[in-house]
Ligand binder design. Structure first.
Ligand code: COA
Ligand code: MG
Length: 291
């Protein structure tokens, strides 16, 4: 699976920031057409983002566009301008049902067919940011084959629940965890909430580590200064990689002797531990920590 340790948002109407974003060492860049763009500037933002897709070099960075919600009057025009420029993926905000993901997917299929692009070449990422979305997660996680990841939209969710945000984040803990649980259950990636205060690196570190511990594989960021710390945190540590490699090597040897369970440095190793070690190696490879 593609590494998305950090997804950097940049307003879709701001070519200066898009150019800057395309030069960052970041896994994914997302040009936003939704909440950072005023109603009067939607058309300009679509055109600017499409131009950026057509003219800038993003190299290995994933090129995403966040469209407006399917239930808004803007989504159709967003796709009509953006899809011809062939982004790598679309982030669909305020998803609450399978229908909205399937609708976007059908629009994409039309462009893929018309242009002779490979089927499935444009992926979908669903933003989960309302109480209804949390309650309906299981209904839309398998809605469409293009769906690759769930992103947790904490600020809109807080508004939907009517709760005040706290540094501890207890008010959203259940929902934040539910997103990880559903992503894992349906083979999707889980990408954590933004930290709006881009000058507070301590807060960013604490929040990123919380997300990592909950099981998130990456985080949305809103400023270039947030990228390095976040991507570092979502890489497995050198010790984790070494330990995982030791476990996998030892397992191969023991299995050759018919032992499915054994002790290593005072701890039991069985298939469950091996599977987790494999996940660490997969993440290290995806993040370029090892080859
Ligand atoms: N992507 C690319 N470049 C960015 C950036 C971003 N998200 N945020 C800031 N920059 C650039 C600025 O343009 C500036 O470049 P310059 O030195 O060449 O002029 C430099 O980084 C420093 O920026 P800074 O002055 O610290 O911030 P700012 O006041 O220009 O912008 C925000 C602050 C919050 C408006 C900006 O970070 C931003 O637009 N973030 C993304 C917002 C967004 O897309 N929200 C929707 C999804 S949640
Ligand atoms: Mg939102």
């Amino acid at each position: 699976m593609r590494s998305r340790r950090a997804i950097l948002y940049t307003p879709g109407n701001d070519m200066h920031k898009i150019i800057k974003a395309a030069q960052q060492t970041v896994d994914s860049v997302c040009m936003d057409l939704e909440d950072s763009i005023t109603v009067n500037d939607k058309e300009n933002a679509r055109k600017t983002s499409a131009e950026a897709l057509a003219t800038l070099t993003f190299e290995s960075r994933e090129r995403l566009v966040r469209i407006n919600p399917v239930q808004s009057p803007y989504a159709s025009d967003d796709l009509a301008v953006i899809l011809p420029a062939h982004p790598d993926g679309i982030i669909v905000p305020k998803v609450e049902s399978a229908g909205s993901l399937q609708w976007v997917s059908r629009q994409i299929s039309m462009y893929e067919d018309e242009n002779g692009w490979k089927a499935g070449s444009i992926v979908l990422i669903a933003q989960i940011e309302s109480a209804r979305a949390i309650v309906n997660l299981a209904q839309f996680c398998a809605a469409d084959e293009r769906l690759r990841a769930l992103v947790f939209g904490s600020e809109d969710l807080a508004a939907s629940l009517g709760v005040q945000r706290t540094p501890e984040g207890t008010e959203l803990l259940h929902a934040r965890s539910a997103v990880v649980l559903h992503a894992a259950a349906f083979g999707l990636q889980a990408i954590d909430q933004i930290c709006p205060d881009f000058q507070d690196m301590e807060r960013l570190e604490v929040d990123s580590r919380q997300g990592l511990l909950l099981g998130y594989q990456g985080k949305q960021v809103i400023h270039p200064a947030q990228i390095d710390l976040v991507q570092q945190i979502f890489n497995p540590t050198e010790k984790q990689v070494n330990d995982a490699q030791l476990i996998l090597n030892a397992y191969v040897e023991h299995v050759a002797h018919g032992d499915g369970v054994f002790a290593m440095q005072g701890k039991m190793v069985d298939l469950a531990i091996v599977r987790n070690a494999e996940r660490v190696i997969e993440r290290a490879k995806a993040g370029g920590v090892i080859n």
